[in-house]
Every structure is written in C-alpha cells, then in structure tokens.
Design a protein around this ligand. Structure first.
Ligand code: ZN
Length: 372
C-alpha cells in the first residue's frame, strides 16, 4: 500500500505489487525478469458508503521459456485481480451473488442501491461465465419439453425427480438427442416422461435398462379427460334430483341455476379449468407458474382466480347479455335434458316456434341462391 486518501465521498487507494517473481499463464514457468509496469484501476466495493478508487501498479514479466508462445505476461494479484478483469474479485463475487439471487433487472436495481451499479446484461454475463455446477446422473429422471419460443422452438428439460432440480437442457426434442444423453448415463433407473413418441423412443434406445413411467401430471390429465368424456357420453342417465318444495329458490345448487345445463361442453370445460387452477393455486403455485403449466394466458388465470365459483365466470361470459334466444332457453334446456343435443335440430324446432331465422336459414344457401 503506497497511500490511502479519504475525502467526503471517495477513498483513494494507491498500491503496487511486491512479489519478486510471477508464473506465466502460458507455460507455468516462473519468471523474475521485469519487462515493464502499468497502472490498473479495478472497480471495488464501496467502503462505508464511500466510493473506493484503487490505483494498482502491476508489472509485466518476460517469459524465460523459449518454447512458450507468450513473450511477456502481466502478473495477477491472487484474490484481487484476474486477467482482463475490470473489477476486484470481491466486487465480482458480490455481483455474482446478487445476480444469482435476483437475476438481471432486479439485480441491476439492487446494485444501484449499494453503490456499485452495473447493467442487467453485466449481471447475466457474470452468471453465464460461472462454471457449471457438478451434478451426478439422477436415478429417477424426469423428461419434458420446454418452449424457447412458444409454438416455434422446443427443447427438452431433464429434471432429477428426487431432488426436483433441473439437470440439463437439450436443444431440441428429438429421440436421438435424448438417447445419446441417456446412453452416457447408465445410472438412470427410471425415466418419468409424458406420452410424446420422441421421448418414448429416445428413452427406449438410450436407457434400455430403465423403467419408463408416465408422469403424474399427465396421468391425472389423461384420467380427467377420459372421465369427462365418459360422463359426457352418459349425461342422459343423469337427472337432477327434484328440490324439496319448501327450499327457497336461492339456495339451489348453483350448477342447476346456471344458464347452461349440466353437460354443456363450454360449461363443463370452464368448471374443470376453474377447479384445476384453484387446486394449483391452493397447492402454492404462483399464478405465473400455473399459466405456464396449463399453457394459458396470465390474464385468463387472473380472471379464473378472482372467481370463487365457476358460475361467476358464466355470468361474465354469457348471462349478462340479453339475446333473442332468451325466450327459448327454458324450452332448449328441457330438450337438452331429454337428450337432444343436435344444434341444427334444436334450431329448427325453435324456428317453428317463431325464433327469427335471419340469414342463417339453411334454405338460403341452396344451390339456386348460390348460383344466382
Ligand atoms: Zn511462458
């Protein structure tokens, strides 16, 4: 240390290196022949709110090894500088910690607060330059796809199901890529995947020793779809139980008072979505995460999460608008309950009762009208 000068806002530190020798980064040989010296100004962490300006004199050594491609090299101070580094090591490791905790934008705002402002891209670059953490091959491997650009570019994400941590990302969702990854890791005992054929093929070829199972989400999803389909096909067997005559109308089951009869596909789908979203939210998933998992927009999730019952959503969507159809709804409800779900037939029936047929009259689109 040559000098330290403290003013109201700045601490100025002048320092120089004192080591007699330095090791060449090219060949590892030690050299004591000084070629020259120059000043470096590595940025440092602020001290007690004051900006720290370091002026560090370092030397350039000549490499004595004749076979070494490097003729000269600059010395580094362990724990303080690194080659091409513009910051001290302690500032660098602090910024890395901020980046890992908060990522780009939020991290950049935080570095502003403690007086070492950097851009979000700098934080992301620092994180990207970290060595990959060592991971052992998982025993139970989860395989799923992820979108780099939704609808366009998909990759494969591999997760250690037991630790619930992502293990690797593959750039595509091809059977060959997955097979090659698995072939290099024979420790995998169980592959947990969805039902996409490329994952099935990749797992079979790459890990013939492993047991393949469908993941829980897809089993529940498929079961839900099958149950919905089955119930829908047998809706004719379902009759609403007649309400006791003394029960006031208000306390009737909301599903019965909804504008759409049970079994209507929009209503059923909305109820199913509502139940799924509320179950995921109750399980502690964030709204953003639920939106991602279900492939729905965040605004849709917000709308569903605001509604305590699915019927509130029907009110939003359908009940508030008066339409010409309103007068015919009791009749349509009754016919639907009787099992007539053919829209064309229902339309012809209410047309006979006086429903305005407008331009949708099927007779309008006869060959004669089209030809004329
Ligand atoms: Zn050398």
């Amino acid at each position: 240390m040559e000098s330290v000068e403290v003013s109201d806002t700045v601490v100025r530190v002048e320092a120089r290196t004192t080591a007699k020798r330095a090791a060449c980064p090219g060949c590892g040989c030690w050299s004591g022949r000084i070629h020259g010296s120059y000043l470096r100004f590595p940025r440092d962490l602020p001290a007690a709110g004051k900006l720290v300006v370091v002026s560090l004199r370092v030397r350039r050594f000549a490499c004595m090894e004749s076979s070494c491609p490097r003729k000269t090299f600059a010395e580094q101070v362990p724990g303080l500088t690194r080659r091409f580094g513009q910051r001290t090591e302690r500032l660098r490791s602090t910024l890395v910690s901020v980046g890992l905790a908060l990522a780009g934008r939020a991290g950049a705002r935080m570095t502003n607060v403690f007086g070492a402002p950097v851009s979000r891209n700098t934080l992301l670059r620092l994180i990207a330059s970290l060595p990959d953490p060592l991971t052992s091959a998982p025993r139970v491997l989860g395989v799923d796809e992820y979108a780099q650009r939704k609808g366009r570019i998909y990759g494969t994400v591999l997760v250690d199901v037991e630790t619930r941590r992502p293990v690797d990302l593959l750039p595509d969702r091809e059977a060959d890529t997955l097979a090659a990854w698995l072939a290099a890791r024979p420790e995998v005992e169980i592959v947990c995947r969805d039902r996409a054929p490329f994952f099935a093929e990749g797992a079979t070829r790459g890990a013939p020793q492993a047991l393949q199972v469908a993941d829980r989400w897809h089993i529940w999803h498929n079961l839900g779809q099958a149950a919905e389909k089955c119930v829908y096909q047998h809706r004719g067997c379902l009759r609403p139980s007649p309400a006791p005559p003394d029960e006031p109308q208000k306390e009737a089951d909301p599903a019965m008072s909804s504008p759409w009869p049970t079994g209507h596909r929009f209503a059923e789908r909305t109820r199913a979505k509502h139940a799924t979203i509320h179950a995921l939210l109750a399980a502690g998933h964030s709204k953003r995460s639920v939106a991602r998992q279900l492939g729905m927009g965040l605004n849709t999730i917000l709308r569903f999460s605001r509604a305590t019952t699915p019927e509130e959503l029907f009110t939003d969507q359908w009940q508030s608008r008066a339409t010409k159809l309103d007068a015919y709804k009791p009749y349509l409800d009754q016919r639907w309950q009787e099992g007539c779900t053919n829209a064309w037939k229902l339309w012809e029936e209410i047309k006979e009762q006086g429903y305005p047929d407008g331009g949708l009259d099927p007779g309008f689109w006869t060959p004669e009208t089209l030809g004329s």
